[in-house]
Design a binder for this molecule. Structure first.
Ligand code: HSE
Length: 305
């Protein structure tokens, strides 16, 4: 029987000022394997989140696959799904986008749906409600996404931004806050000058990342649209940012909707990550650290049989 193996990278979204628009793929991968079987659905999850993630039709990988089967009008008689997760769920490192993209890409390959990565991105956006993790998960590297509308009247623009050598330091405090809660913390409206502030800072942040200009990044990477509201739900946020900067970080942002923080620096990533972890731990939050290079490839797919 045919077997498809897909690996999908983690991602950090927003990068400070690029709320719902910027996403960077990171070299930490989930594996999703699909096998056509005679009948039924079997789901086996290992690794990060294995004890908590659903193993029935409500599993996000399976739901994403179902979108493909319906769209293409073909499905295997039965499906065996195996997921090996390296990306911690609920971390702000794009685990749900990785699951959605993994399910979409694996199903597309299994039934030879022929959908392009751009078409998969549109489906991932519909599943996720935002595309800034799904885009890097699919394409790798640094992505800018602009989406508007819903249903049939949708616009989705995406481009990859060339990137030099880049690695980031990440601190992930043990705090359970969902993306939905973090989105609910945002105001309905923001002051006009805050929107204008973010437009300038977003453009300059991209330029700094594109050119590897950490001095500019340190000045540019700032946000007034989401971080000021979200950090109230994250004890130790200000202390961790300050500690990262003291340890040599040029800039620090909430990774996606958090709770992870991502720090940018030319060197000293391990020290920076540990400094952030110590600050969170002083707030009573056990914290995991990661030092991750940017991922350049996005989703990878192999088919046997
Ligand atoms: N842009 C999204 C948000 C990313 O900040 O809510 C969620 O991972």
């Amino acid at each position: 029987m045919k077997r498809v193996t897909v690996t999908v990278p983690a991602s950090t979204a927003n990068l400070g000022p690029g709320f719902d628009c910027f996403g960077l793929a990171l070299a930490l991968r989930n594996t999703v394997r699909f096998e056509a079987i005679r009948q039924g659905l079997e789901v086996d999850v290992e690794g990060e989140g294995a004890d908590d993630l659903p193993t029935g039709p409500d599993n996000l990988i399976v739901r994403a696959a179902e979108r493909i089967f319906q769209k293409v009008g073909r499905r295997p008689p039965g499906l065996r799904v195996y997921a090996d997760n390296q990306i911690p769920p609920g971390s702000g490192l794009g685990s749900s986008a990785a699951a959605a993209v993994g399910g979409l890409a694996a199903a597309n390959a299994l039934v030879e749906g022929g959908l392009t990565r751009d078409e998969l991105l549109r489906l991932a956006w519909e599943i996720e409600g935002h595309a800034d993790n799904a885009a890097p998960a699919l394409f790798g590297g640094l992505n800018v996404i602009s989406v508007a509308g819903s249903g049939g009247e949708t616009e989705l623009l995406r481009r990859s931004i060339p990137l030099g050598e880049l690695r980031v330091a990440i601190a992930l405090p043990a705090l359970r806050i969902s993306t939905a809660q973090m989105r609910a913390a945002l105001p309905e409206q923001v002051p006009f000058q805050d929107a204008a502030f973010n437009i300038g800072r977003a453009a300059l942040t991209l330029e700094a990342l594109r050119t590897g200009d950490y001095a500019l990044l340190g000045l540019a990477l700032a946000d007034r649209l989401h971080q000021p509201y979200r950090k109230r739900l994250l004890p130790g946020y200000d202390a961790a940012v300050a500690a990262a900067r003291r340890a040599g970080a040029a800039a620090v942002a909430l990774s996606g909707a958090g709770p992870a923080l991502v720090a940018f620096a030319p060197t000293g990533h391990e020290r920076i990550a540990q400094a952030m972890a110590l600050a969170f731990e002083q707030e009573g939050l056990p914290t995991r650290v990661f030092v991750l290079p940017a991922d350049r490839q996005g989703v990878q797919i192999s088919v046997v049989g």
